[in-house]
Every structure is written in structure tokens, then in C-alpha cells.
Ligand binder design. Structure first.
Ligand code: FAD
Ligand code: NAD
Length: 477
């Protein structure tokens, strides 16, 4: 590499890093991005966790398996008779891999278009904004880069449990469970968070008996409790066996089975599975990132400490995405990447951390933004609440997707939207309306006064807003 001095060096090419690199380049800066991701074939692949083993492969499989489940369970209701519907898991995996490969190569294309220098290897930060890049195998330094500004976007990795070591393809993490080449007859999952629910849905739809063991006594505690109760009931009805208050004691592999012991309110329980996925959260990749003399503030949970502008304790060094506080979400990482790039360019960009949407891509999907009803109550905020059940929506009925509801929480005095919570088909798309409205500081009345096309699921948002003031049309107020 001839030019080793850059305006910006970005460490990590996940949705935080690659977006930061592109935005910096758009703003006229010279940019290098260092990334160490390698696929099974040893080839580098951009896009980080999200594109390689996270958001994209999981959604590809969720889409394929949703179609399979629809063909098996819902076609007859539409008067469509199909016989002998089978799932070709190898073909599903090949489709998923093709989507991943096209998207990751797309980032290589974007880097070329934006004249971003891509450096493969492991980056370590030294004082003076020096980044040393080494080969993963030989550990030899292959490049030394220097920059005015550094953006650390090194992401996160799955949390490992001492009492459930990963074993070949028996006890796996989410990446392993998105690569099974056949449907396990029984699948145990430790953790009923988004990964447990999404990956559990994939295999359950293909015929696995799926049991989720969740240590907490509350299902999806971050969601509004009315919505999480509906989601819990609906997912249980679909066959996901979600056991709350179930704390893992041990897991080991004997005679090609995973023996799991866990404790619930009745005491110690034992259960056997063909496969077990551990999905108990992710931890920031802040190990092995710094040279010996490098001093950067790291908090007690190993996140790089940053302020609301993603500035670290060292001027000119920024950190974004999963490696810093806040929800571990791709869109949050990307928005932080854009903010940091623009602030380096002297703009006054900022992020509204109160309006980060959350989505769980089960069927129906669960999505929310803003405060839940119990969070408002705990904070002493007076509220007016409107709800609309999907069962009362003509479009939901036409789709055969009537499980769920939309709930809007507004301030009792100002009517300003405080939170929107959805359990519905396409909730991931519907929630964007709520985020936009809340970003514009809209009131429930603003949504009530807006015209929505008929028949759409979006009309349920309109009806929920009308319901805040007890004037929904298609339900009893
Ligand atoms: P990452 O995507 O983890 O990227 C970090 C990159 O940095 C990697 O390529 C890594 O190899 C590289 N790197 C690390 N250290 C170094 C180093 N020292 N030198 C060089 N390179 C380095 N989020 C959503 O918003 N929606 C979803 O639907 C969703 N689904 C998910 C499903 C699964 C199964 C999983 C596991 C996660 C999912 N997530 C989802 C979370 C999402 O993937 C992360 O929040 C997101 O990828 C974080 O982006 P990032 O850029 O911070 O880090
Ligand atoms: P999570 O932290 O969201 O959920 C893990 C669950 O495991 C928790 O409910 C926790 O109580 C439980 N748990 C922890 N230890 C346990 C134990 N010993 N026994 C039983 N249960 C235990 O983490 P996740 O589901 O692994 O997801 C990781 C990250 O990836 C999250 O931050 C999430 O935001 C992100 N992600 C997002 C999406 C999405 O946006 N759709 C999808 C997948 C992952």
C-alpha cells in the first residue's frame, strides 16, 4: 500500500464501520477500513456479524420457513390444495448463502466506488493514532496505518456459558444454528431473546420440537407487557415451548445427544436434545484491540466508554455500534457511523437515542419504539392509551394474519406520542410510521387526522390513534 496516512481509519466493516467509512468518503476524506472477518473458506467477507451470520442470513431463513409453514398450514384455508410440500434444507441454506455473498460483495463494490482503501487483517490501536494490522494466522504485522481520526467499530461476539461449552455441531451459537444441514428432531435453546425466538422459529417451522429455556420470569421484558403477553401466547400456540424461570445448570454431549439440566420453580429438571443453541446475549469485542501503551477508557462490562457523540476518552478516537453502550442493533450502529463521520467533517449531527426501533422477526413480528406503559407509569408520566386488535382489520383478515394488536401511548395532557408497540404481521414496516411521527414530535391527534389507504394494516395505526381519544370506528371504545 503506498498511502498509509489517512484522514480516517475505520476498524471493522460491519454495519457500523462500513457505513462510517462510506459517509467519511462522501464528505471528501481519505479513508481506510480494516476488517478481519473470514468465512469458512478463509476468504474475507465484509458486512460483519449482520451480513455474514446475523440479520441477513436469519431473515433469509425466516422468509423461506415462513413460506413453508404457510404452504403447510394456511394454503388450504385459501382454497389452495397442495400435497407433498417438503423442505429442502440444503437448498434453503444455499439460497441464504447466495444472498449473503451478493450483499457482502456489494460492500466491496461500494468501497471501490467511494475509493475506500480496504485492508484485511487484525487491527491494533497504538498511541498517536497508529493502527497496526497483522495477519490472523502468522500474527506478523502486515501494515501500519496512521490517521487524523480513528473510528472503532469492532462489534461483538456471542457470550459463552461456563456450563455449556460449544461442542462440534451439537452445542452451538447462533452462527452454528443458522447452518444446520438437516432439521434437528429436537432443539434446545438457552435464552428467549431475539436470537432464541428468531432461530427457534426457523427450526420449529421446519418441524423441530423447540424448547426455549429462559432464566427470567418475564418474557421480553423490554417490550410493553400487553404486547409481550400476546406474542408469548401466539408463539406458544405455534409450537415454541418457552419455559420461563428456567436457569441452565449444565449441558454436555453423550451418545450424540445433548443432556441439559436446568432449574425451575419445581427444582432441577433434565431434558435431552439433538442440538442445543446458546443465545444468552453478546459481548463487545474490546479484547486484543489495543497495543500495550494504549490507554482508552473501558467500562466494567468491557464496552468502550463514549459520550452521546461516540467520542472516546482520547480526542479524535470514536467508537460506535455493538462495542459501545446502547442496544446491539445494526441500524443503531449505522446511524452512529453517520453521526461520527459528519461530526469529524465539522457538522453538528446527533442521534435521538430515545427513538431506536426494536423488532423481533417472528410471525407475527413484535416491534416497538419509545416508552412502554409500565415505563411511563414508573416515571410518573400521565398517559392516554389506544389499542386496536388486528382481528378488526379487514386487510389482516384478508391476509389471514389476525393475531396481535397496535398500541399507542400518548401524553395525557399534551397528547404527544410517547410509545408505539406492535404485535402484527409486517410490524417491522409499520413501526417506521411511528418512528417518523415521533421524530416529528407528532401527537395522537396528528395520526388520527391523517388519511390512510384502505385496506391496509397501516389503518390499524390510524384506528389505534383514534382509540387514544375513544373514537376508533371499527371497535367498541
Ligand atoms: P459487527 O457487525 O459485529 O462488525 C464488526 C466487524 O469488525 C466484524 O467484521 C469483525 O470481524 C471486525 N473486527 C473486530 N475486531 C477487529 C479488529 N481488531 N481488527 C479488524 N477487524 C475487526 N440487528 C438488527 O438490527 N436487526 C436484526 O434483525 C438483527 N439480527 C441479528 C441476528 C443474529 C443471529 C445476530 C447474531 C445479530 C443480529 N443483529 C440484528 C445484531 C447486529 O448484527 C449487530 O448489532 C450489528 O452487526 C453490529 O454492527 P457493528 O458494526 O457494531 O459490529
Ligand atoms: P439477549 O440478551 O437479547 O437475550 C438473551 C436471553 O437469554 C435473555 O432473555 C436472558 O435473560 C437469557 N439468559 C441469559 N443467561 C441465561 C441462562 N444461563 N439460562 C437461561 N437464559 C439465560 O441476547 P440474544 O437474543 O442472544 O441477542 C444478542 C443481541 O443481538 C441482542 O442485543 C439483540 O439486540 C441482537 N439481535 C437483534 C435482533 C433483531 O433486532 N431482530 C435479532 C437477533 C439479535
Amino acid at each position: 500500500m503506498s498511502n498509509k496516512k489517512f484522514d480516517v481509519v475505520v476498524i471493522g466493516a460491519g454495519p457500523g464501520g462500513y457505513v462510517a467509512a462510506i459517509r467519511c468518503a462522501q464528505l471528501g476524506m481519505s479513508v481506510a477500513c480494516v476488517d478481519e472477518w473470514q468465512n469458512h473458506d478463509g476468504k474475507s467477507s465484509l458486512g460483519g456479524t449482520c451480513l455474514n451470520v446475523g440479520c441477513i442470513p436469519s431473515k433469509a431463513l425466516l422468509e423461506s420457513t415462513h413460506l413453508f409453514a404457510t404452504a403447510n398450514h394456511d394454503f388450504a384455508d385459501h382454497g389452495i390444495q397442495v400435497k407433498g410440500v417438503t423442505a429442502d434444507v440444503k437448498a434453503m441454506m444455499a439460497r441464504k448463502n447466495k444472498i449473503v455473498s451478493e450483499l457482502t460483495q456489494g460492500i466491496n463494490g461500494l468501497f471501490k466506488t467511494n475509493k475506500i482503501t480496504l485492508v484485511h487483517g487484525h487491527a491494533r490501536l497504538s498511541p498517536g493514532k497508529i493502527v497496526k494490522v497483522s495477519d490472523r494466522k502468522s500474527k506478523k504485522t502486515t501494515d501500519t496505518l496512521e490517521a487524523e481520526n480513528i473510528v472503532i467499530a469492532a462489534g461483538s461476539s456471542p457470550v459463552r456459558l461456563d456450563n455449556a461449552d460449544l461442542v462440534d455441531d451439537y452445542i452451538v451459537d447462533s452462527a452454528g444454528a443458522l447452518e444446520f444441514d438437516q432439521v434437528p428432531k429436537t432443539l434446545g435453546i438457552i435464552g428467549a431473546g431475539p436470537i432464541g425466538l428468531e432461530v427457534g422459529s426457523v427450526w420449529s417451522r421446519l418441524g423441530s420440537e423447540v424448547v426455549l429455556l429462559e432464566a427470567l420470569d418475564t418474557f421480553l421484558p423490554a417490550a410493553d407487557s400487553q404486547v409481550s403477553r400476546i406474542a408469548f401466547r401466539t408463539l406458544q400456540k405455534q409450537g415454541l415451548d418457552i419455559r420461563l424461570n428456567a436457569r441452565l445448570l449444565s449441558a454436555d454431549v453423550k451418545q450424540k445427544k445433548v443432556n441439559v439440566t436446568y432449574e425451575d420453580t419445581r427444582g432441577a429438571q433434565q431434558i435431552k436434545f439433538d442440538k442445543l443453541m446458546v443465545a444468552v446475549g453478546r459481548k463487545p469485542n474490546s479484547d486484543y484491540l489495543f497495543g500495550d501503551e494504549m490507554e482508552l477508557e473501558i467500562d466494567e462490562r468491557e464496552y468502550i466508554h463514549v459520550n452521546k457523540y461516540c467520542e472516546t476518552s482520547v480526542p479524535g478516537i470514536y467508537a460506535i455500534g455493538d462495542i459501545v453502550r446502547g442496544p446491539m442493533l445494526a441500524h443503531k450502529a449505522s446511524e452512529e457511523g453517520i453521526m461520527v463521520a459528519e461530526r469529524i467533517a465539522g457538522q453538528n449531527s446527533r442521534i435521538n437515542y430515545d427513538l431506536v426501533p426494536s423488532v423481533i422477526y417472528t410471525h407475527p413480528e413484535v416491534a416497538w419504539v419509545g416508552k412502554s406503559e409500565h415505563a411511563c407509569a414508573a416515571a410518573g408520566i400521565p398517559t392516554s392509551v389506544g389499542t386496536f386488535p388486528l382481528a378488526a382489520s379487514g386487510r389482516a383478515r384478508a391476509m389471514g394474519s389476525t393475531d396481535g394488536l397496535i398500541k399507542i401511548i400518548a401524553h395525557k395532557e399534551t397528547d404527544r406520542l410517547l410509545g408505539v408497540h406492535i404485535c402484527s404481521a409486517q410490524a417491522s414496516e409499520l413501526i417506521a410510521q411511528a418512528v417518523t411521527a415521533m421524530e416529528m414530535e407528532a401527537s395522537a391527534e396528528d395520526i388520527a387526522l391523517t388519511m390512510f389507504a384502505h385496506p391496509t394494516l397501516s389503518e390499524s395505526m390510524h384506528e389505534a390513534a383514534l382509540s387514544v381519544h375513544n373514537r376508533a370506528i371499527h371497535i367498541k371504545n
